[in-house]
Design a protein around this ligand. Structure first.
Ligand code: FE
Length: 346
């Protein structure tokens, strides 16, 4: 009997030890592609002793990987850079709802998923505006101060955009569909295709540079790419930003489209406590400063101030942002992709 009890005790100790060892790891699947996040992850490990194993991929790649891995997935925390993809992950049941008073106190309701009895599924940790940039010498600001005008014949042959199927554009188009209705939104997309200076290619920064080089005169970009160029010390970037004007569209109507980057706990996480601890860390003032300001985004946590000269120059947080629920933007994705196919928007 004694030896049996001892055996059980040994097993319990072994189980506790292995659980203890597991607690020192966090498997992070991240779509964030910003070098300024590195210091932040290092600080988390320093403060908690929890080692972060990171897998980098884009939003769609991460969601596909989670699906393929299923219950065997080692993922604990998922970071995505688009509201519609966060919504998709939620709808597809890839995330685990969590209860955290720290997160609920820090992150306002508009920047997180709807809560159920089980908890909240994802939290937004930073926001970014989808702005219009233009050639100040060739284009009048008032001709490009709404998204609608991207499709106006007055801008024929002037517009550059990255692929319509990229999440940043899918979410913008999903928002526009919500504001204008499906029929008008499709006509708008067709108008943009008719106005393109070239077939869609490259990322947001490439569109801004194409305005600088004269290949096009109007483009669309996430705000942090603009801010990054504004803060750059490189002579070429300085010259570029002298030429380029920036506008927060639709200030006298429904407001500028704003997207979020955020995180969730993976459905099959084996280190849930660490995962929650990491997300709570991201909502702390110190981390929000790195996470959002470091990449020239706006922090979502209550009471966190932006101290970023480029964002202040861009308009700070001082612009009218659209207020439609992010879930509606997500729900429009399939519709938008079908519209893009119909109008030949690559
Ligand atoms: Fe990006």
């Amino acid at each position: 009997m004694i030896s049996k009890a001892a055996g059980i005790a040994t097993l319990l100790v072994a189980a506790a030890t292995s659980a203890g060892a597991q607690e020192q790891v966090l498997n992070l699947y991240s779509a964030r592609h910003y070098p300024t996040d590195e210091a932040l992850y290092g600080n988390f490990t320093k403060a908690t002793g929890i080692k972060i194993n990171r897998v980098d991929a884009d939003d769609a790649g991460i969601l596909a990987r989670l699906k393929a891995e299923g219950a065997a997935s080692p993922a604990d925390v998922i970071l995505l850079v688009d509201a519609a993809r966060l919504y998709k992950g939620e709808v597809d049941g890839l995330f685990r709802p969590i209860k955290s008073k720290v997160l609920e106190d820090a992150i306002p309701a508009q920047y997180r998923s709807a809560s159920s009895a089980e908890g909240t599924t994802w939290f937004g940790f930073s926001t970014r505006a989808r702005v219009i940039v233009y050639d100040k010498a060739k284009v009048k600001r008032e001709d490009v101060d709404t998204y609608e005008e991207l499709a106006d014949p007055k801008n024929k042959g002037k517009v550059c955009l990255r692929s319509g199927s990229h999440p940043y554009n899918l979410s913008l188009f999903g928002a526009v569909t919500e504001h204008l209705g499906e029929q008008k939104a499709e006509a708008w997309l067709k108008g943009i295709v008719d106005n393109m200076a070239r077939a869609p290619k490259g990322g947001d920064t490439d569109q801004i540079k194409a305005v600088g080089s004269g290949e096009c005169q109007v483009a669309v970009s996430n705000s942090y790419y603009v801010a990054r160029l504004m803060r750059s010390e490189a002579a070429a970037d300085k010259a570029l930003m002298e030429k380029v004007g920036v506008v927060f569209p639709n200030q006298s109507s429904w407001g500028t489209h704003v997207n979020i980057a955020g995180g969730a706990v993976a459905k099959n996480s084996k280190n849930t406590a660490n995962a929650i601890k990491f997300l709570e860390y991201l909502s702390s003032p110190e981390a929000q400063n790195h996470f959002a300001n470091g990449n020239n985004e706006w922090p979502t946590a209550r009471g966190v101030k932006v101290n970023n000269p480029a964002l202040t120059a861009l308009g700070g947080g001082d612009f009218k942002a659209e207020t439609i629920p992010l879930a509606k933007v997500g729900a429009n994705q399939v519709k938008v992709q079908q519209m893009l196919d119909r109008v030949g928007f690559k």
